[in-house]
Design a protein around this ligand. Sequence first.
Ligand code: SF4
Length: 447
Amino acid sequence: MSEKNLALLTFGCQMNKYDSEKIVGLLENSGIRLTDNLDTADIIILNTCSIREKAEHKVYSQLGRLTPLKKKNPNLIIGVGGCVAQIQGKKILQRAPQVDLVFGTLNINKLPGFIREIEETSARISDIDSNSDIDTDSAAIKREGAVQAWVNIMHGCDNYCSYCVVPYTRGREKSRTRESILTEIRGLSEKGFKEVTLLGQNVNSYGSDLSEGIDFPDLLSLIDKIEGIKRIRFITSHPKDLSDNLIKAMAELPKVCESLHLPIQSGSDSILQNMKRGYTSGEYLKNIDKVKEAIPEISLSSDVIVGFPGETDEDFEKTRDIIKSVRYDGIFLFKYSPRPETPASEFSNQIPNDVKQARFENIMELQKEITLNKNKKLEGKIVEILIEGNNKNDNSKLTGRTRTNKLVTIPTEGGFKKEDLTGKLIDVKITRANLYGLEGIIVGSRQ
Ligand code: SF4
């Protein structure tokens, strides 16, 4: 493949970020260079998200903006991957004549071949085969950072929550083999990475489809033994599969960080039932109590949907109540968005947008108060930070995270150099807290 420039636009979750790192790695191995300049790109790929209607609209409006570039350079190759591609397939080719390639979430490995074929034959390809091998050669992944890395441990989801498109875009649960995951993480450690975040739609059910007889707590303890890795995080856990063994592993394994993302979605049992979530608010709170007892310093985050079909004022009050009782460090809050092919999109009692918006703002205000209050409690405390590098908004400052996943900004006065501290664990005294993070000063280093 001749020297070409690739522009890659990534939408959506960490899973897509990880897939984009795979896409860059694969194509760079075929001599393609990454550029962020759309005008000089020879190949433009959109790695898309379809979790909400808005996300899908974004894809088509972005494709519309690429039409003039295609007119200017007819050899420009435009490709669409990710969840919108997996759901819509060749419909995208029909709806957007400027698109040359539609590929799925599970056949990214075939990308170099697709591009070669388009270059040689000017064909327009739509291939969303989901039977491809999920274990990419992890060495080919082009990581965005140098300290913290995403590691996908499984694909797909078997839960079929009534509002969610993921099982239709990412397929059934498939766990990667223990060896391919450990090889990837050993490779990361050799390259100097200090933290890994394990990714899966429901990491708690890792291994249930493997004959190796391994589960998620087992995998955590194997990763905990890898030299050089200092911190382990994971996302996302399904509350119905949160086992006592996992809570024990989180409490006992030194490298597993004290932060847990546990989506509740709603505080109302009737809504949870209609969502097909598989747990009640009581069972969820019991699990939260167990986690808090085993790991008192735990930081908790969650996903919450407001405006799910049939949600009454009483149901909504129950969601407020559970947020007040758990006191999350942060939540990802969403207004219910009907998604194609999902059962809930057919439910009769859809909630009007203005009611959704009012409930959204209401919960947002409630959570802001809790988050600020929890961050303020850290003022004056000394905490361990893993430095990730320069602060994105201010180059004279460094950024890092606590084990409880709070962002900390640190001035570099006092002669501290980025190159000396990046990837290091240091002690920081928190001097100021706000809604979005913390500020602190260096008081010591741990290694
Ligand atoms: S568990 Fe998560 S990814 Fe799976 S169907 Fe439910 S909401 Fe979607």
